[in-house]
Design a protein around this ligand. Structure first.
Ligand SMILES: NC(=O)c1ccc[n+]([C@@H]2O[C@H](COP(=O)([O-])OP(=O)(O)OC[C@H]3O[C@@H](n4cnc5c(N)ncnc54)[C@H](OP(=O)(O)O)[C@@H]3O)[C@@H](O)[C@H]2O)c1
Length: 296
């Protein structure tokens, strides 16, 4: 069996086209969704993510503002800025790019964002709503994984989903999302981590395997069963003397070997990655709908 490639680029493109149409209708009714992104410091990867978020807003017609603050910004100044945007009706979503510099308490910052503008889905109110299955802003990467599965015809309903990794941004939320009694979910979920006994034995039981560990090419062909659907969340830069830059990106899955056994697999790059920003746009549009009572 050679796997179908689940293209995040294609799914993201389709979703963005749908959103563009929706936003244009909203604009016709005088509603422009707005997103402010706050970046503190000079982290190179964060700079790229923030730029891409701004570009995605421009592409879709979402009002966007990027605030860049120096690395030395005191916590109190950032909190005051969040208060300002909480009260600014032009912006439906507020995103503070993580990680933050050491002097700033991440939890305090995330707690300060109005949960109704928390389009990253990290505020404890939204996390709690996600766990009980109430309407909320779902964290973007896990929500993107669910969309990828459903839109590629791999509905998790009734399937055994094994998740490798239990972080608060990927592993735990995707487990909570897929176990819900809801369309696009209803999965039986197992979560593995560094203390799991016989991880390969469990991963071999997966109908759908989600790898989110940050360990390059960890999942080998003998760790999956024939016909598995694989979602590779990992983004790891490894040395590659044959590449122009001397490095290249790989996932947490040994793609070339595992694709020979899988029914479907996401590539890295071009799989989960493009979905994350697309889901941020979706959450921002959703927030605008709620704020303006738009039922369109
Ligand atoms: N494409 C995207 O948009 C996107 C978004 C977010 C993250 N990512 C990528 O996804 C990967 C995971 O990110 P994260 O933030 O979730 O990572 P993280 O916070 O470092 O968590 C990694 C998880 O994997 C587990 N783990 C690590 N090594 C293991 C091993 N050898 N055996 C078993 N379990 C192991 C850890 O277990 P313990 O809990 O026991 O330590 C932890 O639960 C990274 O490569 C990251 O770059 C991609």
């Amino acid at each position: 069996m050679v796997a179908d490639i689940i293209s995040g680029n294609e799914v993201a493109k389709a979703m963005r086209a749908e959103m563009k149409e929706e936003i244009s209708k909203m604009k016709g009714a005088g509603i422009t969704p707005g997103l402010v992104v706050i970046l503190v410091g000079e982290d190179a990867a964060s700079q790229v993510y923030v730029r891409k978020k701004g570009e995605a807003c421009d592409e879709l017609g979402i009002l966007s503002e990027t605030v860049r603050l120096p690395e030395s910004t005191p916590e109190e100044e950032l909190l005051k800025l969040i208060d300002k945007y909480n009260a600014d009706a032009r912006f439906d979503g507020i995103l503070v790019q993580l990680p933050l510099p050491k002097q700033i308490n991440e939890e305090k910052v995330l707690m300060r964002i109005d949960p109704g503008k928390d389009v990253d889905g990290f505020h404890p109110v939204n996390v709690g709503k996600m766990v009980v299955g109430a309407d909320s802003y779902l964290p973007c990467t896990p929500a993107g994984i669910q969309e990828l599965l459903v839109r590629s015809g791999n509905d998790p309903k009734g399937k055994h989903v094994v998740i490798l990794g239990r972080s608060n941004i990927v592993g735990k939320p995707i487990a909570n999302i897929l176990v819900q009694k809801a369309a696009g979910a209803n999965a039986t979920v197992t979560v593995c981590h560094s203390r799991t006994e016989d991880l390969p034995g469990l991963s071999r039981q997966a109908d759908i395997l989600v790898a989110a560990m940050g360990v390059p090419k960890f999942v080998k062909a003998d760790m999956v069963k024939d016909g598995v659907v694989v979602v590779d969340v990992g983004v790891n830069r490894i040395d590659d003397p044959t590449a122009k830059k001397g490095t290249r990106l790989v996932g947490d899955v040994d793609f070339d070997a595992v694709k020979e056994k899988a029914k479907a697999i996401t590539p890295v790059p071009g799989g989960v990655g493009p979905m994350t920003i697309t889901m941020l746009m979706k959450n921002t549009v959703q927030a605008a709908k709620v704020h303006h009572g738009w039922t369109g």
